[in-house]
Write a protein that binds this ligand. Structure first.
Ligand code: FE2
Length: 331
């Protein structure tokens, strides 16, 4: 990943887009499909107890990083709106994309970004050994079942530690993705700085995607709710400083979020303003009073509207309230 130039990393960290989101969203479909095929293979081979081609994951992660270089929001937005796929694989890809995005935002060097993103891709590799009736159980897990599930980070760590493809940071990202800032996590109840930065980034990406994903036993929670839930865990589950950075990275209203505005319109967030997380750029698409789509669509930069205009976000709007995919308005 030596191709990641310092100035590109800086421009991404500052929230600058290199190519328009609609252009990169179209590429996201191919990137996601290819990642799916390779990650599926690694998980399936591991499940059979055979040595997987872990090297094949590096080009996958490089394709994520290159996409984030071109536009920091597109692939995250695509993954977050992809909720009906096989959860284990969808979650692996999304957590990795989010971890890569966040690591780049934090200004980590290219090799660390790559290691943390590969680690996040493999967080739940150990779950392939959990019987599906437990893994996909709709009701509450028994203590015995939960103990079995909790073994998954240890199992993955053992496989990855024995493999020469990975540096220490990959293994730490996986081994520590369920450790929590106040020591309440597993497997080792590590606290505060005992948890590596890789482990902390991996944990935040894993939790954020888990909350925003559709699962058999519950609907996906909106991204805004996920951030508020994670923020409420500051200095309990996660470091306060890191959570504040994460909110600036992903945005309180991530790209792709449907929002209701106080002017009676509904719009889709299509670009972050990383300095002002409450005022992203919104493409207005629907008027609630007239109950009709706007034509043409009207873009508004909420960070730039004057006080007299006073347009602001009232709340996010659940996607199932409308019969269209918000991505179609920005792709
Ligand atoms: Fe996990």
């Amino acid at each position: 990943v030596g191709v990641i130039q310092k100035e590109v990393l800086e421009s991404i960290a500052q929230g600058a887009s290199v190519v328009p989101i609609e252009q990169e969203l179209r590429k996201s479909i191919g990137i996601y499909k290819q990642a799916w095929t390779i990650v599926h293979n690694v998980f399936a081979v591991t499940k059979k107890g055979k040595p997987a081609d872990f090297q094949s994951l590096f080009p996958v992660v490089d394709s994520f990083i290159e996409s984030i270089q071109r536009n920091p929001d597109a692939l995250v937005c695509f993954c977050l709106n992809k909720s009906k796929d096989d959860y284990l694989l969808k979650h692996a890809i999304s957590a990795s994309v989010i971890a890569a995005r966040f690591s780049i935002f934090l200004g980590l060097d290219a090799s660390r970004v790559r290691s943390i993103a590969v680690g996040a891709l493999l967080n739940d590799l150990g779950k392939v050994f959990i019987p599906s009736n437990i893994l996909y159980k709709q009701g509450r897990l028994t203590d015995e079942e939960f103990s079995l599930v909790r073994l998954h980070s240890d199992k993955a760590q053992k496989i990855l530690s024995a493999c020469e493809d990975f540096d220490e940071e990959v293994v730490l990202a996986v081994a520590q993705h369920h450790e929590r800032f106040n020591g309440s996590g597993y497997p080792n109840g590590l606290k505060d700085k005992q948890i590596s930065l890789a482990g902390q980034i991996s944990a935040i990406a894993d939790t954020y995607d888990a909350i925003t994903s559709h699962k058999l036993y519950r609907e996906a929670r909106p991204a805004t709710d996920a951030l508020l839930l994670i923020h409420a865990e500051k200095d309990r589950s996660f470091s306060k400083d890191l959570i504040n950075q994460f909110i600036h990275c992903i945005g309180l209203y991530p790209v792709g979020t449907l929002v209701a505005l106080n002017n009676g319109n509904v719009g889709v967030v299509f670009q972050q303003n990383s300095e002002k997380v409450k005022t992203p750029m919104v493409r207005q698409i629907y008027n609630l009073k007239a109950k009709r789509m706007l034509n043409p669509l009207i873009d508004v930069d909420l960070s730039a509207v004057s006080q007299e205009e006073g347009i602001r976000i009232l709340c996010h709007v659940p996607v199932n309230k409308f019969s269209f995919n918000p991505l179609s308005a920005i792709a």
